[in-house]
Design a protein around this ligand. Structure first.
Ligand code: SIN
Length: 313
């Protein structure tokens, strides 16, 4: 039987980055090398049936709706091919969790979609990208694996739980209280909990994304509560006809009273408000009498994506 192929969709990031001096792990430019060159440098992949596409070439801090829309459509196309076992997406670490969550929301994925990345550029003395790609391909090739996951430093994280937790360490991601899905060790995938199920309304969300003009997405912003916060940003957003605001609140969803007053004015004007927390671990636990709904455990950046997809006509 012909082995099934893996499709690698590239978007750039540090994994494709280069620095002027070998070993400079900080002063580099992300998104420089094409995916064909990156894969061609990994001898372990020479017998793996691969197809690759350069979907974008960006530092992931500059991720756009247009790229997300294209990426979702390329994933959908390849996942529907019977000879494709799974899709690997190379991505920068900085917004990897956002792209992973977005794809989780819009893909009814019965096969694995595996995002991977690097903390060091390709020119590093000890680049981590090649091993992460090899591990991601092992996950994409695993019978029974499914849904959108991220693989970094030998750990498999689910799209809903994964967050970047460190600015420098190779093992930069965490799944918080949920814990990782599993690990990859020398090509062997060991899953210790169930693979993610797609979001129940993924097909509808996908149709909305495909139909939406990429410059016509609702304006949804994140506002942080902090010592000395005011309502200035909220009032400015109201003037821009903001559709929704996610509050990165303090602690268990508490909000500075001046900011809260402005958010109540915005809510009365029809703006959707959701409370998440700026705390890295844990979730906002709701309480009767709360003035604003909570994000259901989603971080501020993921709550923003959920709201955007909800507001998309
Ligand atoms: C990026 O997110 O594209 C740059 C940083 C990284 O990949 O670690």
């Amino acid at each position: 039987m012909t082995p099934q192929k893996i499709v690698v969709l590239a978007t750039g990031g540090t994994l494709a980055g280069t620095s002027a001096t070998a070993g400079d792990n900080v002063g580099y430019s992300a998104a420089q090398l094409g995916i064909a060159e990156i894969l061609g440098r990994i001898p372990q992949l020479k017998d793996t049936p691969l197809v690759s596409e350069q979907v974008a070439q960006v530092d992931s801090k500059d991720m756009t709706w247009a790229i997300w829309s294209t990426l979702a459509q390329r994933c959908s196309h390849w996942l529907s091919q019977p000879d494709v076992a799974g899709v690997v997406i190379t991505h920068g670490t900085d917004t990897l969790e956002e792209t992973a969550f977005f794809l989780h929301c819009v893909l009814a994925a019965s096969k694995p979609v595996v995002l991977t990345c690097a903390m060091r550029p390709a020119t590093s003395l000890a680049a981590d990208g090649p091993q992460n790609i090899v591990d991601a391909i092992a996950v994409a090739n695993t019978p029974g694996a499914r849904g959108v996951v991220a693989v970094c430093a030998g750990t498999i994280h689910g799209a809903v739980d994964v967050t970047k937790q460190h600015t420098y360490r190779l093992d930069a991601f965490s799944s918080g209280d949920a814990g990782p899905i599993g690990v990859v060790q020398e090509g062997v995938v060991r899953a210790s909990r169930a693979w993610p199920q797609s979001a129940s309304n993924a097909a509808l969300a996908f149709a909305k994304v495909v139909a939406a003009p990429t410059d016509g997405w609702p304006l949804v912003e994140i506002v942080m509560s902090h010592a000395g916060a005011s309502g200035t940003v909220v009032d400015a957003l109201l003037a821009q006809r903001v559709s929704g605001i996610v509050v990165a609140a303090t602690g268990n969803g508490t909000i500075h009273h001046d900011l809260e007053a402005a958010l109540l004015r915005a809510q009365a004007a029809g703006v959707r408000i959701v409370r998440s927390t700026r705390v890295a671990c844990g979730r906002v636990i709701p309480h009767p009498g709360d003035l604003f709904p909570d994000s259901g455990g989603l971080s501020p950046v993921k709550a923003r994506i959920a709201m955007l997809l909800d507001l998309l006509a």
